[in-house]
Design a protein around this ligand. Structure first.
Ligand SMILES: Cc1cc2nc3c(=O)[nH]c(=O)nc-3n(C[C@H](O)[C@H](O)[C@H](O)COP(=O)(O)O)c2cc1C
Length: 172
C-alpha cells in the first residue's frame, strides 16, 4: 500500500486544485482497448492511462477505475491485454467506454481472437500485447497495475490513436 511508504513530505500543504488539473491534463496519452478474461467471460474497455515502465523485462503501467467491471477481473486473473488502435479508430474507442449489454457486449462491434494468454486481441487493431500482472497499487479511485509483456502481435504498422486530437478529456 502506498500509505506504508515512508515520506519526509511535510503535512498540511495546500494543493492548488486548478493548477493541478491544468497541468495533469497536459500529460499526453494514447487510446487503447484493454482486454480482460475470467473463465469463459471476456470484457474490454477504453484505457488512456497507459505507459511503458521498463525495457527489460518489458513492463507496462495502466491505471484502472476501481469501480469498473474490468478492475476485479484483472485482480482475479492477474492478466490483461492492450490493443493499440489506429489513428482512424476513434469510433471504436467510443464503443468501449459506453455502457454495454452485459459483460463483453462491446465486442459485438469488434471481432477478436484469444491470444496465447487467453486474452481478447482485436482483429482490426494495429496489434496487441498480453501482460501478466507483477505489481499493483490500490490507492485512490484507480488501481495502478504493472504488467509484464508476455506476448505481442503486430497486425499492421501505422499511426496510433491519441487522446489529444479526439477532443475527449480523461485526466486532471
Ligand atoms: C477518453 C477516455 C479515457 C479513459 N481512460 C480510462 C483509463 O485509463 N482507465 C480506466 O479505468 N477507465 C478509463 N476510461 C473509462 C472506461 O473506459 C469506462 O469506465 C468503462 O466503462 C469501464 O468498463 P468496465 O466497467 O466494463 O470495465 C476512459 C474513458 C474515456 C472516455
Amino acid at each position: 500500500m502506498a500509505s506504508d511508504i515512508p515520506s519526509i513530505a511535510p503535512a498540511g500543504i495546500a494543493l492548488d486544485g486548478g493548477a493541478k488539473k491544468t497541468l495533469l491534463r497536459k500529460i499526453p496519452h494514447g487510446l487503447f482497448i484493454c482486454g480482460v478474461a475470467e473463465g469463459e467471460a471476456v470484457n474490454g474497455f477504453t484505457a488512456s492511462w497507459v505507459t511503458q515502465g521498463s525495457f527489460e523485462p518489458p513492463l507496462v503501467v495502466m491505471a484502472v477505475r476501481a469501480d469498473s467491471t474490468s478492475n476485479g477481473m484483472i485482480e482475479r486473473s492477474g492478466l490483461f491485454s492492450l490493443n493499440v488502435l489506429a489513428a482512424d479508430q476513434k469510433d471504436l474507442a467510443a464503443v468501449f467506454f459506453k455502457p454495454q449489454q452485459g459483460v463483453g457486449g462491446r465486442f459485438e462491434a469488434a471481432p477478436f481472437q484469444l491470444g496465447p494468454l487467453g486474452l481478447p486481441i482485436l482483429e482490426d487493431a494495429l496489434g496487441a500485447v498480453e501482460c501478466q500482472v507483477v505489481g499493483q497499487v490500490a490507492h485512490g479511485d484507480h488501481t495502478v497495475f504493472v504488467g509484464e509483456v508476455r506476448s505481442a502481435v503486430l497486425h499492421r504498422d501505422g499511426a496510433a490513436l491519441e487522446l489529444g486530437p479526439t477532443g475527449w478529456q480523461y485526466g486532471g
